[in-house]
Design a binder for this molecule. Structure first.
Ligand code: SAM
Ligand code: 2KA
Ligand code: SF4
Ligand code: MG
Length: 278
């Protein structure tokens, strides 16, 4: 671990500790049990300017056009979708974390000394205070990437919109999760909202998670409806192990190339394994 990583993680750790000590006074801590129905749990009793954060860390961007760029990651907790394959269930299916203010997060980024910031989740665009956080990060000279499923637009502007529209096959099992299956299907693909997000961003990449070749016609249709150029489209294998990535590449990469799309690996899994905080 680099010095910067150690500083950032220590900072977050000590903040969590402080917040936990404060719990018995008047600041609730959201280290939460399973809340199957929660989008952003604890919102009703939280200070207006705080965000529920599951983790922050310094790492290299593992996906898309900035792959390899050292970045500070801020992962908000809570999501309005429930993809069956979600690789961060601790920020979606069972959202957990601590409440940090916009000022806490600005300080954390400044202390890291890293100028690329990645806001991810969960779904960062449903987090209260996210627009103010992003605006202030950019005024301070940071490059801000937003990793989002693009289902809502809170009026945000960023340097790189990393949009990952969710396909039909991402819907959770109807029998096990009837409420979320319905909500997921209703919410996952608002094309006009996505177009608005694209228009407001300095640059956009569109990353589709692909689990099977059957999904390619649906991807082509979404690309057509979003009116984006093929070279901004990335096909990324569904998977959280090197074995899954290696199995997908031989069939998925040629499909991307054929369409003028790019193939997208998930380098963080190759570099660090599927571990939190990387
Ligand atoms: C955890 S999501 C958080 C941001 C936002 N909710 C979204 O889905 O774009 C971050 C990125 O991981 C991708 N992702 C999540 N689970 C995955 C999996 N099992 N395989 C491949 N990519 C995955 C998402 O599509 C997205 O590009
Ligand atoms: N290294 C690294 N790169 C990433 N790119 C997108 C990520 C995400 O979870 O949104 C991610 C992540 O969690 N780690
Ligand atoms: S939208 Fe993103 S965070 Fe939410 S469940 Fe799907 S992959 Fe996970
Ligand atoms: Mg990830």
């Amino acid at each position: 671990m680099s010095r910067k990583e150690a500083v950032s993680l220590t900072w977050f750790g000590s903040l969590l500790e402080t917040r936990c000590r404060l719990k018995s006074v008047d600041h609730p801590v959201d280290v939460l049990p399973a809340e199957d129905s929660a989008e952003t749990p604890g919102d009703s009793c939280a200070p207006a300017s705080s965000l529920l954060i599951s983790e922050t860390f310094v790492s290299r961007q593992g996906e898309g056009e900035l792959t390899g760029t050292e970045s500070v990651f801020i992962r908000t907790s809570g999501c309005n979708l429930r993809c069956w394959f979600c690789d961060t269930p601790y920020a979606s299916w069972k959202p957990e974390g601590a409440r940090l203010t916009v000022d806490d997060l600005l300080q954390l980024v400044a202390d890291s000394g890293v100028k690329h910031v990645v806001l991810t989740g969960g779904e960062p665009l449903i987090a209260k205070g996210i627009v103010s956080l992003i605006d202030q990060l950019r005024v301070a000279g940071n490059h801000v990437t937003i990793e989002t499923a693009g289902t809502v637009d809170p009026g945000v502007r960023c340097d790189l919109l990393s949009l990952s529209p969710k396909l039909r096959a991402s819907t959770p099992d109807e029998k096990d999760h009837p409420r979320w299956a319905k909500l997921h299907a209703e919410r996952r693909l608002p094309i006009n909202t996505m177009k608005q997000l694209i228009q407001s961003a300095e640059a956009t990449q569109v990353k589709f998670v692909v689990d099977s070749a059957d999904e390619l016609p649906e991807i082509d249709e979404v690309v057509r409806q979003l009116e984006i150029s093929a070279d901004s489209v990335y096909l990324m294998p569904q998977g959280i192990s090197v074995e899954q990535l290696d199995t997908a590449r031989p069939w998925l990469e040629p499909m991307a190339t054929l369409r003028g799309y790019q193939y997208c690996d998930r380098m963080q899994i190759r570099w660090y394994g599927n571990r939190r905080g990387t």
